[in-house]
Design a binder for this molecule. Structure first.
Ligand code: C2E
Ligand code: MG
Ligand code: MG
Length: 563
Protein backbone atom coordinates (compact mmCIF):
# COMPACT_ATOMS: atom_id res chain seq x y z
CA UNK A 1 0.00 0.00 0.00
CA UNK A 2 1.42 3.34 -0.84
CA UNK A 3 2.02 5.83 1.93
CA UNK A 4 -0.87 8.09 0.96
CA UNK A 5 -3.35 5.25 1.22
CA UNK A 6 -1.85 4.10 4.49
CA UNK A 7 -2.17 7.62 5.94
CA UNK A 8 -5.81 7.69 4.90
CA UNK A 9 -6.50 4.28 6.45
CA UNK A 10 -4.61 5.17 9.63
CA UNK A 11 -6.77 8.23 10.02
CA UNK A 12 -10.01 6.30 9.53
CA UNK A 13 -9.63 2.93 11.21
CA UNK A 14 -7.82 0.62 13.57
CA UNK A 15 -5.35 -1.04 11.28
CA UNK A 16 -2.90 -3.93 11.53
CA UNK A 17 -1.08 -6.43 9.40
CA UNK A 18 -0.05 -9.96 10.33
CA UNK A 19 1.99 -12.62 8.62
CA UNK A 20 0.53 -15.96 7.66
CA UNK A 21 1.08 -17.37 11.17
CA UNK A 22 -0.84 -14.47 12.78
CA UNK A 23 2.25 -12.60 14.01
CA UNK A 24 1.73 -8.85 14.04
CA UNK A 25 3.94 -7.03 11.56
CA UNK A 26 2.29 -3.61 11.59
CA UNK A 27 -0.08 -1.66 13.89
CA UNK A 28 -1.24 1.95 13.64
CA UNK A 29 -1.70 4.40 16.50
CA UNK A 30 -5.45 3.75 16.80
CA UNK A 31 -4.68 0.06 17.33
CA UNK A 32 -2.28 0.92 20.15
CA UNK A 33 -4.75 3.33 21.75
CA UNK A 34 -7.72 0.98 21.85
CA UNK A 35 -5.76 -2.09 22.95
CA UNK A 36 -3.66 -0.19 25.49
CA UNK A 37 -0.47 -1.95 24.27
CA UNK A 38 2.60 -0.06 22.94
CA UNK A 39 3.75 -0.63 19.40
CA UNK A 40 6.84 -2.41 20.72
CA UNK A 41 4.75 -4.86 22.74
CA UNK A 42 2.57 -5.65 19.76
CA UNK A 43 5.03 -6.00 16.92
CA UNK A 44 6.17 -9.59 16.70
CA UNK A 45 3.50 -10.80 19.11
CA UNK A 46 0.80 -13.20 17.97
CA UNK A 47 -2.58 -11.64 17.37
CA UNK A 48 -3.96 -14.00 20.02
CA UNK A 49 -2.64 -11.55 22.60
CA UNK A 50 -6.00 -9.75 22.24
CA UNK A 51 -8.15 -12.89 22.63
CA UNK A 52 -10.98 -12.20 25.06
CA UNK A 53 -12.16 -15.77 25.46
CA UNK A 54 -15.66 -14.60 24.49
CA UNK A 55 -15.77 -16.50 21.22
CA UNK A 56 -15.78 -20.26 20.84
CA UNK A 57 -12.80 -21.80 18.95
CA UNK A 58 -15.05 -22.51 15.96
CA UNK A 59 -15.47 -18.77 15.47
CA UNK A 60 -11.75 -18.26 14.69
CA UNK A 61 -11.47 -21.54 12.79
CA UNK A 62 -14.13 -20.23 10.40
CA UNK A 63 -12.26 -16.97 10.06
CA UNK A 64 -8.91 -18.63 9.27
CA UNK A 65 -10.51 -21.00 6.82
CA UNK A 66 -11.94 -18.08 4.82
CA UNK A 67 -8.66 -16.18 4.88
CA UNK A 68 -6.59 -19.20 3.85
CA UNK A 69 -8.92 -19.67 0.90
CA UNK A 70 -8.10 -16.11 -0.16
CA UNK A 71 -11.49 -14.66 0.88
CA UNK A 72 -12.26 -11.47 2.77
CA UNK A 73 -13.74 -12.12 6.24
CA UNK A 74 -16.06 -9.75 8.07
CA UNK A 75 -17.38 -9.98 11.58
CA UNK A 76 -17.64 -8.39 15.02
CA UNK A 77 -14.97 -9.48 17.45
CA UNK A 78 -14.70 -8.95 21.16
CA UNK A 79 -11.08 -8.25 22.17
CA UNK A 80 -9.43 -7.86 25.54
CA UNK A 81 -7.30 -4.74 26.11
CA UNK A 82 -4.07 -4.72 28.09
CA UNK A 83 -5.93 -3.63 31.26
CA UNK A 84 -8.33 -6.57 30.97
CA UNK A 85 -11.32 -4.56 29.73
CA UNK A 86 -13.31 -5.76 26.73
CA UNK A 87 -13.99 -3.89 23.53
CA UNK A 88 -15.84 -4.77 20.36
CA UNK A 89 -14.56 -4.13 16.87
CA UNK A 90 -16.25 -4.59 13.53
CA UNK A 91 -13.45 -6.20 11.55
CA UNK A 92 -12.70 -6.70 7.89
CA UNK A 93 -9.78 -9.12 7.31
CA UNK A 94 -8.24 -9.02 3.91
CA UNK A 95 -5.69 -11.50 2.52
CA UNK A 96 -2.89 -9.70 0.60
CA UNK A 97 -1.29 -11.43 -2.37
CA UNK A 98 2.37 -11.56 -3.38
CA UNK A 99 2.48 -10.02 -6.90
CA UNK A 100 5.18 -12.45 -8.02
CA UNK A 101 3.90 -15.81 -6.74
CA UNK A 102 0.19 -14.85 -6.70
CA UNK A 103 -0.10 -16.46 -3.26
CA UNK A 104 -1.45 -15.01 -0.02
CA UNK A 105 1.51 -13.50 1.86
CA UNK A 106 -0.07 -11.43 4.71
CA UNK A 107 -3.30 -10.30 6.17
CA UNK A 108 -4.48 -6.75 6.67
CA UNK A 109 -7.23 -5.99 9.12
CA UNK A 110 -9.35 -2.86 9.20
CA UNK A 111 -11.49 -2.37 12.31
CA UNK A 112 -13.95 0.07 13.78
CA UNK A 113 -14.77 0.43 17.44
CA UNK A 114 -18.39 -0.69 18.01
CA UNK A 115 -18.22 -1.08 21.81
CA UNK A 116 -20.82 1.59 22.41
CA UNK A 117 -23.28 0.06 19.99
CA UNK A 118 -22.70 -3.34 21.59
CA UNK A 119 -23.24 -1.93 25.06
CA UNK A 120 -26.45 -0.28 23.97
CA UNK A 121 -27.68 -3.50 22.42
CA UNK A 122 -26.84 -5.39 25.57
CA UNK A 123 -28.68 -2.85 27.72
CA UNK A 124 -31.71 -3.02 25.49
CA UNK A 125 -31.75 -6.80 25.61
CA UNK A 126 -31.37 -6.74 29.36
CA UNK A 127 -34.17 -4.25 29.73
CA UNK A 128 -36.56 -6.38 27.76
CA UNK A 129 -36.17 -9.11 30.35
CA UNK A 130 -35.57 -7.17 33.55
CA UNK A 131 -37.21 -4.81 35.93
CA UNK A 132 -35.22 -1.61 35.83
CA UNK A 133 -35.83 -0.68 39.46
CA UNK A 134 -34.73 -3.87 41.18
CA UNK A 135 -32.69 -5.47 38.42
CA UNK A 136 -34.72 -8.67 38.82
CA UNK A 137 -36.12 -10.63 35.89
CA UNK A 138 -39.51 -9.26 34.89
CA UNK A 139 -42.75 -11.01 33.96
CA UNK A 140 -41.64 -11.73 30.38
CA UNK A 141 -38.35 -13.29 31.41
CA UNK A 142 -39.97 -15.10 34.36
CA UNK A 143 -42.05 -17.10 31.97
CA UNK A 144 -38.83 -18.36 30.23
CA UNK A 145 -37.19 -19.08 33.56
CA UNK A 146 -40.20 -20.98 34.84
CA UNK A 147 -40.52 -23.04 31.68
CA UNK A 148 -36.83 -23.94 31.84
CA UNK A 149 -37.15 -24.87 35.51
CA UNK A 150 -40.21 -27.03 34.78
CA UNK A 151 -38.36 -28.76 31.97
CA UNK A 152 -35.41 -29.60 34.25
CA UNK A 153 -37.71 -30.69 37.04
CA UNK A 154 -39.54 -33.03 34.67
CA UNK A 155 -36.32 -34.61 33.45
CA UNK A 156 -34.62 -34.92 36.86
CA UNK A 157 -37.34 -35.52 38.28
CA UNK A 158 -37.43 -33.21 41.28
CA UNK A 159 -39.98 -31.13 43.09
CA UNK A 160 -40.24 -27.45 42.27
CA UNK A 161 -42.03 -24.75 44.23
CA UNK A 162 -43.60 -21.73 42.57
CA UNK A 163 -44.18 -19.00 45.13
CA UNK A 164 -46.13 -15.80 44.68
CA UNK A 165 -45.04 -13.20 47.19
CA UNK A 166 -46.96 -10.02 47.84
CA UNK A 167 -45.95 -7.42 50.41
CA UNK A 168 -48.42 -6.64 53.18
CA UNK A 169 -48.92 -2.96 53.80
CA UNK A 170 -46.83 -1.69 50.90
CA UNK A 171 -49.49 0.76 49.82
CA UNK A 172 -49.29 2.39 53.24
CA UNK A 173 -45.53 2.84 52.74
CA UNK A 174 -46.10 4.58 49.40
CA UNK A 175 -48.86 6.73 50.84
CA UNK A 176 -47.09 7.52 54.09
CA UNK A 177 -43.46 7.96 53.05
CA UNK A 178 -43.76 8.73 49.34
CA UNK A 179 -43.04 6.71 46.22
CA UNK A 180 -39.30 7.28 46.35
CA UNK A 181 -39.16 5.52 49.73
CA UNK A 182 -41.44 2.81 48.37
CA UNK A 183 -38.99 2.26 45.50
CA UNK A 184 -36.04 2.03 47.86
CA UNK A 185 -37.91 -0.50 49.93
CA UNK A 186 -38.63 -2.62 46.87
CA UNK A 187 -34.94 -2.55 45.92
CA UNK A 188 -34.05 -3.75 49.40
CA UNK A 189 -36.71 -6.47 49.36
CA UNK A 190 -35.33 -7.68 46.02
CA UNK A 191 -31.80 -7.75 47.46
CA UNK A 192 -32.93 -9.71 50.53
CA UNK A 193 -34.81 -12.23 48.41
CA UNK A 194 -31.81 -12.71 46.11
CA UNK A 195 -29.64 -13.18 49.18
CA UNK A 196 -31.72 -16.11 50.43
CA UNK A 197 -31.96 -18.09 47.23
CA UNK A 198 -29.61 -20.88 46.30
CA UNK A 199 -28.05 -21.30 42.85
CA UNK A 200 -30.65 -22.48 40.38
CA UNK A 201 -33.45 -20.75 42.26
CA UNK A 202 -34.82 -17.55 40.81
CA UNK A 203 -36.68 -14.48 41.91
CA UNK A 204 -38.58 -12.16 39.59
CA UNK A 205 -40.64 -9.03 40.07
CA UNK A 206 -44.06 -9.30 38.51
CA UNK A 207 -45.39 -5.84 39.15
CA UNK A 208 -45.72 -3.38 42.03
CA UNK A 209 -44.98 -5.30 45.20
CA UNK A 210 -45.47 -8.75 43.68
CA UNK A 211 -42.53 -11.13 43.40
CA UNK A 212 -42.25 -14.69 42.20
CA UNK A 213 -39.80 -17.19 43.62
CA UNK A 214 -38.90 -20.38 41.81
CA UNK A 215 -37.39 -22.86 44.23
CA UNK A 216 -35.77 -25.82 42.54
CA UNK A 217 -35.05 -29.21 44.05
CA UNK A 218 -37.42 -28.92 46.95
CA UNK A 219 -36.78 -31.83 49.29
CA UNK A 220 -40.02 -32.33 51.14
CA UNK A 221 -42.34 -30.02 52.98
CA UNK A 222 -40.05 -29.54 55.99
CA UNK A 223 -37.27 -28.11 53.91
CA UNK A 224 -39.73 -25.95 51.98
CA UNK A 225 -41.18 -24.72 55.26
CA UNK A 226 -37.65 -23.74 56.36
CA UNK A 227 -36.96 -21.74 53.21
CA UNK A 228 -40.31 -19.96 53.32
CA UNK A 229 -39.89 -19.09 56.99
CA UNK A 230 -36.51 -17.56 56.14
CA UNK A 231 -38.08 -15.56 53.34
CA UNK A 232 -40.84 -14.32 55.66
CA UNK A 233 -38.39 -13.26 58.38
CA UNK A 234 -36.04 -11.64 55.87
CA UNK A 235 -38.85 -9.53 54.43
CA UNK A 236 -40.26 -8.71 57.86
CA UNK A 237 -36.97 -7.40 59.28
CA UNK A 238 -37.10 -3.58 59.57
CA UNK A 239 -35.90 -1.39 56.69
CA UNK A 240 -33.78 1.72 57.18
CA UNK A 241 -34.94 4.04 54.40
CA UNK A 242 -33.39 7.49 54.73
CA UNK A 243 -33.67 8.19 58.42
CA UNK A 244 -36.90 6.18 58.73
CA UNK A 245 -37.44 2.70 60.10
CA UNK A 246 -40.09 0.98 58.00
CA UNK A 247 -41.64 -2.44 58.52
CA UNK A 248 -43.60 -4.57 56.07
CA UNK A 249 -44.32 -8.27 55.87
CA UNK A 250 -45.08 -10.71 53.08
CA UNK A 251 -47.89 -13.10 52.21
CA UNK A 252 -46.78 -16.04 50.11
CA UNK A 253 -48.80 -18.52 48.07
CA UNK A 254 -47.03 -21.71 47.07
CA UNK A 255 -47.78 -24.49 44.68
CA UNK A 256 -45.66 -27.61 44.25
CA UNK A 257 -44.84 -29.19 40.92
CA UNK A 258 -45.35 -32.03 39.97
CA UNK A 259 -48.10 -32.74 42.52
CA UNK A 260 -49.70 -29.71 40.91
CA UNK A 261 -48.96 -30.92 37.42
CA UNK A 262 -49.87 -28.00 35.24
CA UNK A 263 -48.35 -25.46 32.84
CA UNK A 264 -46.43 -22.37 33.91
CA UNK A 265 -49.39 -20.00 33.69
CA UNK A 266 -51.68 -22.24 35.71
CA UNK A 267 -49.02 -22.80 38.38
CA UNK A 268 -48.66 -19.04 38.74
CA UNK A 269 -52.41 -18.68 39.01
CA UNK A 270 -52.56 -21.40 41.67
CA UNK A 271 -49.75 -19.73 43.63
CA UNK A 272 -51.68 -16.48 43.33
CA UNK A 273 -54.86 -18.10 44.69
CA UNK A 274 -52.89 -19.55 47.59
CA UNK A 275 -51.35 -16.13 48.24
CA UNK A 276 -54.82 -14.71 48.49
CA UNK A 277 -55.67 -17.30 51.13
CA UNK A 278 -52.48 -16.37 53.04
CA UNK A 279 -53.64 -12.73 53.01
CA UNK A 280 -57.12 -13.70 54.10
CA UNK A 281 -55.86 -15.78 56.98
CA UNK A 282 -53.92 -12.93 58.51
CA UNK A 283 -50.85 -12.05 56.35
CA UNK A 284 -47.16 -12.53 57.16
CA UNK A 285 -47.52 -16.24 56.37
CA UNK A 286 -47.52 -18.67 53.51
CA UNK A 287 -50.24 -20.93 52.25
CA UNK A 288 -49.82 -24.07 50.21
CA UNK A 289 -52.17 -24.51 47.26
CA UNK A 290 -54.50 -27.47 47.80
CA UNK A 291 -54.57 -29.53 44.61
CA UNK A 292 -57.35 -31.90 45.68
CA UNK A 293 -59.55 -29.04 46.81
CA UNK A 294 -58.98 -27.40 43.44
CA UNK A 295 -60.01 -30.58 41.66
CA UNK A 296 -63.11 -30.71 43.83
CA UNK A 297 -63.97 -27.13 42.94
CA UNK A 298 -63.39 -27.92 39.27
CA UNK A 299 -65.62 -31.00 39.58
CA UNK A 300 -68.32 -28.86 41.20
CA UNK A 301 -68.00 -26.33 38.38
CA UNK A 302 -68.47 -29.15 35.91
CA UNK A 303 -71.46 -30.50 37.81
CA UNK A 304 -73.04 -27.08 37.96
CA UNK A 305 -72.50 -26.58 34.25
CA UNK A 306 -73.86 -30.04 33.46
CA UNK A 307 -76.90 -29.58 35.67
CA UNK A 308 -77.61 -26.20 34.14
CA UNK A 309 -77.68 -27.91 30.74
CA UNK A 310 -80.01 -30.51 32.22
CA UNK A 311 -82.34 -27.74 33.35
CA UNK A 312 -82.34 -25.86 30.06
CA UNK A 313 -82.28 -29.05 28.00
CA UNK A 314 -85.40 -30.46 29.68
CA UNK A 315 -83.76 -33.39 31.47
CA UNK A 316 -85.30 -32.56 34.87
CA UNK A 317 -88.57 -34.18 35.96
CA UNK A 318 -90.98 -33.88 38.84
CA UNK A 319 -92.22 -37.04 40.50
CA UNK A 320 -95.18 -36.95 42.84
CA UNK A 321 -95.59 -38.84 46.10
CA UNK A 322 -99.08 -38.98 47.60
CA UNK A 323 -99.92 -37.83 51.11
CA UNK A 324 -102.77 -39.87 52.50
CA UNK A 325 -105.10 -39.71 55.46
CA UNK A 326 -104.62 -43.25 56.65
CA UNK A 327 -107.84 -43.30 58.64
CA UNK A 328 -110.17 -42.02 55.89
CA UNK A 329 -108.20 -43.27 52.91
CA UNK A 330 -108.41 -39.83 51.34
CA UNK A 331 -105.52 -38.53 49.25
CA UNK A 332 -104.77 -35.15 50.80
CA UNK A 333 -102.14 -33.97 48.37
CA UNK A 334 -98.73 -34.67 46.81
CA UNK A 335 -95.12 -33.79 47.37
CA UNK A 336 -93.27 -32.90 44.18
CA UNK A 337 -89.81 -34.49 44.16
CA UNK A 338 -87.09 -33.69 41.69
CA UNK A 339 -85.57 -36.29 39.40
CA UNK A 340 -82.92 -36.04 36.70
CA UNK A 341 -83.59 -38.13 33.64
CA UNK A 342 -79.91 -38.48 32.72
CA UNK A 343 -79.26 -39.70 29.16
CA UNK A 344 -76.56 -42.15 30.38
CA UNK A 345 -77.18 -42.66 34.08
CA UNK A 346 -80.93 -43.05 33.88
CA UNK A 347 -83.20 -41.64 36.60
CA UNK A 348 -81.06 -39.88 39.22
CA UNK A 349 -82.36 -38.98 42.72
CA UNK A 350 -81.87 -35.41 44.05
CA UNK A 351 -79.53 -36.62 46.81
CA UNK A 352 -76.97 -37.33 44.11
CA UNK A 353 -76.84 -33.92 42.50
CA UNK A 354 -78.55 -31.20 44.52
CA UNK A 355 -75.96 -30.89 47.28
CA UNK A 356 -73.33 -29.82 44.74
CA UNK A 357 -75.38 -26.86 43.55
CA UNK A 358 -77.06 -25.88 46.81
CA UNK A 359 -74.52 -23.12 47.38
CA UNK A 360 -74.90 -21.72 43.86
CA UNK A 361 -77.63 -19.67 42.23
CA UNK A 362 -78.49 -22.62 40.07
CA UNK A 363 -80.52 -23.94 43.02
CA UNK A 364 -82.68 -20.84 42.70
CA UNK A 365 -83.26 -21.42 39.00
CA UNK A 366 -84.09 -25.05 39.67
CA UNK A 367 -86.40 -24.07 42.54
CA UNK A 368 -88.31 -21.67 40.33
CA UNK A 369 -88.61 -24.30 37.64
CA UNK A 370 -90.00 -26.73 40.23
CA UNK A 371 -92.59 -24.23 41.47
CA UNK A 372 -93.59 -23.39 37.92
CA UNK A 373 -93.97 -27.05 36.90
CA UNK A 374 -95.87 -27.96 40.07
CA UNK A 375 -98.33 -25.09 39.50
CA UNK A 376 -98.78 -26.13 35.87
CA UNK A 377 -99.44 -29.70 37.01
CA UNK A 378 -102.03 -28.56 39.55
CA UNK A 379 -103.72 -26.51 36.87
CA UNK A 380 -103.86 -29.53 34.61
CA UNK A 381 -105.31 -31.76 37.35
CA UNK A 382 -107.79 -29.06 38.21
CA UNK A 383 -108.97 -29.04 34.61
CA UNK A 384 -109.61 -32.78 34.99
CA UNK A 385 -111.55 -32.10 38.17
CA UNK A 386 -108.91 -32.97 40.78
CA UNK A 387 -107.94 -30.47 43.45
CA UNK A 388 -104.82 -31.82 45.07
CA UNK A 389 -102.51 -29.47 46.96
CA UNK A 390 -98.86 -29.95 46.02
CA UNK A 391 -95.86 -29.25 48.18
CA UNK A 392 -92.43 -28.40 46.78
CA UNK A 393 -89.08 -28.35 48.57
CA UNK A 394 -87.37 -24.97 48.79
CA UNK A 395 -83.61 -24.72 49.37
CA UNK A 396 -82.10 -22.42 51.99
CA UNK A 397 -80.35 -20.19 49.47
CA UNK A 398 -83.54 -19.83 47.49
CA UNK A 399 -85.85 -18.72 50.29
CA UNK A 400 -83.26 -16.29 51.57
CA UNK A 401 -83.26 -14.37 48.30
CA UNK A 402 -84.44 -10.82 48.78
CA UNK A 403 -86.83 -11.14 45.84
CA UNK A 404 -88.30 -14.52 46.84
CA UNK A 405 -91.82 -13.27 47.58
CA UNK A 406 -91.92 -11.09 44.49
CA UNK A 407 -90.82 -13.94 42.21
CA UNK A 408 -93.24 -16.36 43.86
CA UNK A 409 -96.05 -13.90 43.26
CA UNK A 410 -95.06 -13.67 39.60
CA UNK A 411 -95.11 -17.47 39.26
CA UNK A 412 -98.51 -17.64 40.91
CA UNK A 413 -99.66 -14.94 38.51
CA UNK A 414 -98.67 -17.11 35.56
CA UNK A 415 -100.95 -19.88 36.83
CA UNK A 416 -103.80 -17.73 38.04
CA UNK A 417 -106.28 -20.61 37.87
CA UNK A 418 -104.50 -22.28 40.79
CA UNK A 419 -105.37 -20.87 44.21
CA UNK A 420 -102.20 -19.97 46.15
CA UNK A 421 -103.42 -22.00 49.14
CA UNK A 422 -102.99 -25.15 47.01
CA UNK A 423 -99.25 -24.57 47.02
CA UNK A 424 -97.23 -25.68 50.04
CA UNK A 425 -93.56 -24.84 50.47
CA UNK A 426 -91.44 -27.30 52.44
CA UNK A 427 -88.50 -25.78 54.24
CA UNK A 428 -86.12 -27.51 56.60
CA UNK A 429 -85.55 -26.18 60.06
CA UNK A 430 -81.83 -25.50 59.56
CA UNK A 431 -82.67 -23.14 56.69
CA UNK A 432 -84.69 -20.97 58.95
CA UNK A 433 -82.28 -21.03 61.85
CA UNK A 434 -79.41 -19.45 59.95
CA UNK A 435 -81.51 -16.42 59.28
CA UNK A 436 -84.62 -16.69 61.42
CA UNK A 437 -85.69 -13.06 61.25
CA UNK A 438 -85.56 -12.85 57.51
CA UNK A 439 -87.11 -16.26 56.91
CA UNK A 440 -90.00 -15.70 59.29
CA UNK A 441 -90.73 -12.36 57.60
CA UNK A 442 -90.63 -14.04 54.21
CA UNK A 443 -92.87 -16.78 55.53
CA UNK A 444 -95.44 -14.29 56.73
CA UNK A 445 -95.37 -12.39 53.44
CA UNK A 446 -95.95 -15.62 51.52
CA UNK A 447 -98.74 -16.57 53.87
CA UNK A 448 -100.37 -13.22 53.14
CA UNK A 449 -100.39 -14.35 49.49
CA UNK A 450 -102.18 -17.48 50.71
CA UNK A 451 -99.28 -19.91 50.26
CA UNK A 452 -98.83 -22.62 52.91
CA UNK A 453 -95.65 -23.89 54.57
CA UNK A 454 -94.42 -27.16 56.03
CA UNK A 455 -91.45 -27.66 58.31
CA UNK A 456 -89.67 -30.61 56.67
CA UNK A 457 -87.45 -33.24 58.31
CA UNK A 458 -88.57 -32.05 61.73
CA UNK A 459 -86.53 -33.51 64.56
CA UNK A 460 -83.24 -33.76 62.66
CA UNK A 461 -82.14 -30.19 63.38
CA UNK A 462 -82.41 -28.06 66.50
CA UNK A 463 -86.15 -28.55 66.87
CA UNK A 464 -86.15 -25.76 69.39
CA UNK A 465 -89.49 -24.62 70.73
CA UNK A 466 -88.70 -20.99 70.17
CA UNK A 467 -87.96 -21.63 66.49
CA UNK A 468 -91.15 -23.60 66.18
CA UNK A 469 -92.98 -20.64 67.64
CA UNK A 470 -91.35 -18.13 65.34
CA UNK A 471 -91.94 -20.21 62.22
CA UNK A 472 -95.68 -20.41 61.87
CA UNK A 473 -95.78 -23.22 59.31
CA UNK A 474 -99.13 -24.89 58.98
CA UNK A 475 -97.64 -28.38 58.93
CA UNK A 476 -94.82 -30.23 60.64
CA UNK A 477 -93.32 -33.24 58.88
CA UNK A 478 -91.86 -35.91 61.17
CA UNK A 479 -88.61 -37.04 59.64
CA UNK A 480 -88.48 -40.51 58.19
CA UNK A 481 -85.42 -41.42 60.24
CA UNK A 482 -87.59 -41.53 63.41
CA UNK A 483 -90.61 -43.08 61.75
CA UNK A 484 -88.47 -45.90 60.37
CA UNK A 485 -87.55 -47.20 63.81
CA UNK A 486 -90.67 -46.49 65.88
CA UNK A 487 -91.68 -50.13 65.83
CA UNK A 488 -88.61 -51.31 67.74
CA UNK A 489 -86.91 -48.21 69.13
CA UNK A 490 -88.62 -46.77 72.20
CA UNK A 491 -86.69 -43.50 72.03
CA UNK A 492 -87.79 -42.86 68.46
CA UNK A 493 -91.33 -43.73 69.45
CA UNK A 494 -91.15 -41.31 72.39
CA UNK A 495 -89.72 -38.60 70.12
CA UNK A 496 -92.45 -39.12 67.56
CA UNK A 497 -95.07 -38.98 70.29
CA UNK A 498 -93.51 -35.74 71.56
CA UNK A 499 -93.46 -34.15 68.10
CA UNK A 500 -97.11 -35.03 67.59
CA UNK A 501 -97.89 -33.49 71.00
CA UNK A 502 -95.90 -30.36 70.13
CA UNK A 503 -97.72 -29.97 66.84
CA UNK A 504 -101.03 -30.21 68.65
CA UNK A 505 -99.95 -27.72 71.30
CA UNK A 506 -98.90 -25.24 68.63
CA UNK A 507 -102.02 -25.88 66.57
CA UNK A 508 -100.14 -27.37 63.64
CA UNK A 509 -100.96 -30.24 61.39
CA UNK A 510 -98.59 -33.15 61.48
CA UNK A 511 -97.58 -35.59 58.77
CA UNK A 512 -95.30 -38.59 59.04
CA UNK A 513 -92.72 -39.28 56.32
CA UNK A 514 -91.30 -42.66 55.46
CA UNK A 515 -94.26 -44.88 56.32
CA UNK A 516 -92.97 -48.10 54.81
CA UNK A 517 -95.37 -50.68 56.26
CA UNK A 518 -98.96 -51.03 57.44
CA UNK A 519 -97.66 -51.54 60.98
CA UNK A 520 -95.90 -48.16 60.91
CA UNK A 521 -99.17 -46.54 59.93
CA UNK A 522 -101.10 -48.30 62.67
CA UNK A 523 -98.68 -47.19 65.33
CA UNK A 524 -98.65 -43.60 64.06
CA UNK A 525 -102.41 -43.43 64.11
CA UNK A 526 -102.29 -44.75 67.66
CA UNK A 527 -99.92 -41.90 68.51
CA UNK A 528 -102.31 -39.38 66.99
CA UNK A 529 -100.86 -38.83 63.52
CA UNK A 530 -103.24 -39.72 60.73
CA UNK A 531 -101.62 -38.21 57.66
CA UNK A 532 -98.60 -39.90 56.13
CA UNK A 533 -96.49 -40.41 53.09
CA UNK A 534 -94.14 -43.26 52.36
CA UNK A 535 -93.22 -46.24 50.24
CA UNK A 536 -95.84 -48.23 52.19
CA UNK A 537 -98.47 -46.06 50.48
CA UNK A 538 -96.74 -45.26 47.20
CA UNK A 539 -93.34 -44.39 45.84
CA UNK A 540 -92.94 -41.06 44.07
CA UNK A 541 -94.34 -41.47 40.53
CA UNK A 542 -94.46 -39.54 37.27
CA UNK A 543 -97.42 -37.15 36.98
CA UNK A 544 -98.98 -39.28 34.26
CA UNK A 545 -99.47 -42.17 36.70
CA UNK A 546 -101.05 -40.12 39.45
CA UNK A 547 -104.70 -40.12 38.40
CA UNK A 548 -104.68 -43.87 37.76
CA UNK A 549 -103.02 -44.50 41.10
CA UNK A 550 -105.54 -42.40 43.04
CA UNK A 551 -108.44 -44.15 41.33
CA UNK A 552 -107.11 -47.53 42.31
CA UNK A 553 -106.00 -46.64 45.82
CA UNK A 554 -107.58 -48.60 48.65
CA UNK A 555 -106.15 -48.18 52.12
CA UNK A 556 -105.10 -51.34 54.04
CA UNK A 557 -108.02 -52.81 55.98
CA UNK A 558 -105.94 -52.63 59.21
CA UNK A 559 -106.12 -48.84 58.93
CA UNK A 560 -109.85 -48.89 58.26
CA UNK A 561 -110.54 -51.08 61.30
CA UNK A 562 -108.82 -48.49 63.45
CA UNK A 563 -111.69 -46.15 62.76
P1 C2E B 1 -87.63 -34.78 51.56
O1 C2E B 1 -88.23 -33.49 51.18
O2 C2E B 1 -87.62 -35.15 52.99
O3 C2E B 1 -88.37 -35.86 50.69
C1 C2E B 1 -88.68 -37.13 51.14
C2 C2E B 1 -87.70 -38.11 50.60
O4 C2E B 1 -87.96 -39.35 51.20
C3 C2E B 1 -87.83 -38.34 49.11
O5 C2E B 1 -86.56 -38.66 48.62
C4 C2E B 1 -88.71 -39.53 49.04
O6 C2E B 1 -88.58 -40.27 47.84
C5 C2E B 1 -88.21 -40.31 50.22
N1 C2E B 1 -89.20 -41.22 50.73
C6 C2E B 1 -90.54 -41.15 50.65
N2 C2E B 1 -91.12 -42.17 51.27
C7 C2E B 1 -90.13 -42.93 51.78
C8 C2E B 1 -90.09 -44.14 52.52
O7 C2E B 1 -91.09 -44.74 52.87
N3 C2E B 1 -88.87 -44.62 52.86
C9 C2E B 1 -87.74 -43.98 52.52
N4 C2E B 1 -86.59 -44.51 52.88
N5 C2E B 1 -87.72 -42.85 51.80
C10 C2E B 1 -88.93 -42.33 51.44
P2 C2E B 1 -85.98 -38.00 47.35
O8 C2E B 1 -87.03 -37.81 46.32
O9 C2E B 1 -84.78 -38.76 46.99
O10 C2E B 1 -85.60 -36.57 47.86
C11 C2E B 1 -84.60 -36.42 48.81
C12 C2E B 1 -84.53 -35.01 49.28
O11 C2E B 1 -84.13 -34.15 48.23
C13 C2E B 1 -85.86 -34.46 49.72
O12 C2E B 1 -86.12 -34.85 51.04
C14 C2E B 1 -85.64 -32.99 49.60
O13 C2E B 1 -84.97 -32.51 50.74
C15 C2E B 1 -84.73 -32.91 48.42
N6 C2E B 1 -85.50 -32.54 47.24
C16 C2E B 1 -86.28 -33.28 46.48
N7 C2E B 1 -86.83 -32.57 45.50
C17 C2E B 1 -86.40 -31.31 45.67
C18 C2E B 1 -86.63 -30.07 44.97
O14 C2E B 1 -87.40 -29.98 44.02
N8 C2E B 1 -85.99 -28.96 45.44
C19 C2E B 1 -85.16 -29.03 46.52
N9 C2E B 1 -84.58 -27.90 46.92
N10 C2E B 1 -84.94 -30.15 47.19
C20 C2E B 1 -85.55 -31.28 46.78
MG1 MG C 1 -89.82 -32.56 51.51
MG1 MG D 1 -88.47 -34.80 54.56
Amino acid sequence: MDDNYRAAVDAAAIFSETDLSGRITYVNQQFCSISGYSREELLGANHRILNSGCHPPAFFQGMWRALAAGQVWKGEICNRARDGSLYWVASTMVPLFDPLSGKVCRYASIRFDVSEKRQLLHTLQWRVGHDVLTGLPNRAYLSDLLNQALETSRLAPTELAVCMLDLDGFKAVNDGYGHASGDLLLVEVAARLKGILRGGDAVARLSGDEFVLILRQVQGLRQLHGVLQRVLSAVAAPYAIGDQQISVSASIGVTLFPSDNDDADTLLRHADQAMYVAKQSGRNRYHLFDVSLDQEVKATHQTVARLRRALTGGELRLFYQPKVNMRSGEVTGFEALLRWQHPQRGLVAPGEFLAQVEQTDLIVEIGEWVIDRALAQMQQWQAQGYRWPVSVNIAARHIQRADFVERLQALLGQHAAVAPRMLDLEIVESVAIENIQRVSECLEACQRLGVQFSLDDFGTGYSSLSYLKRLPTRTIKIDKSFVRDILRDHDDQALTRAVIGLARAFGRQVIAEGVETVAHGELLMGLGCDVAQGYGIARPMPAAEVVGWVRGYVQPHEWVVLK
